[in-house]
Ligand binder design. Structure first.
Ligand code: DQA
Length: 141
C-alpha cells in the first residue's frame, strides 16, 4: 500500500511549538519510527506552510497513492481550496490532528475538509498518524 502524509502550516515546528498542546517530538523524528513500524510499499512525508502547495501535493499524491493522511493545520478551519481538491482526487483522505480540536477553541471545532474525508482522527498526539495508517491497512484488507 502506498500512503502519503501531508502536513500543513506550522507542523514543521512540532517538537518546539506549544509542547503542552503538541508534545515535544519533531515530526521528522517521529516519521522514522513510522517507517520502521509499518513496512509499507511506500510511505511519503511532505510538509508545506503554503495553502496552494498543499493543494498541489493533494493533486499529485491523489493520483499516485492508495491513501492520504492530511493534517491541514489551521487551513482545516478555513480552506475551501483544500476541501475542493479532496473532492476532486481519487485517493481517500483521512484527516488527522495531533490535538483534540473539539476540546479547544470554537473556531477549531469546524472543519471545511471533514465532510470530504474518509474519516477524522484527533487528539491522540502523534499516535493519530499511526491510527490513520492502521485505518487504511484495515480498510484495505
Ligand atoms: C492541528 C490543530 C489546528 O487547529 C492547528 O491550527 C494546528 C494543528 C493539530 O494537529 O492539532 O496547526 O491541526
Amino acid at each position: 500500500m502506498k500512503i502519503a502524509i501531508i502536513n500543513g502550516p506550522n507542523l514543521n515546528l512540532l517538537g518546539k511549538r506549544e509542547p503542552d498542546t503538541y508534545g515535544d517530538v519533531a515530526f521528522t523524528d517521529y516519521f522514522k519510527g513510522l517507517e520502521e513500524k509499518f513496512s509499507l510499499e511506500e510511505l511519503i512525508y511532505v510538509q508545506s506552510n503554503i495553502e496552494g502547495k498543499i493543494v498541489d501535493f493533494l493533486q499529485e499524491f491523489g493520483e499516485q497513492s492508495d491513501g492520504i493522511i492530511l493534517n491541514a493545520g489551521a487551513y482545516t478551519h478555513t480552506s475551501l481550496a483544500i476541501a475542493d481538491v479532496i473532492r476532486a482526487i481519487k485517493a481517500p483522505v483521512i484527516e488527522v490532528h495531533v490535538s483534540n480540536v473539539y476540546a479547544r477553541e470554537k473556531f477549531r471545532q469546524y472543519s471545511t475538509i471533514a465532510p470530504y474525508c474518509m474519516g477524522s482522527i484527533a487528539g491522540f498526539g502523534l499516535l493519530s498518524y499511526d491510527l490513520a495508517i492502521e485505518a487504511f491497512l484495515l480498510k484495505g484488507k
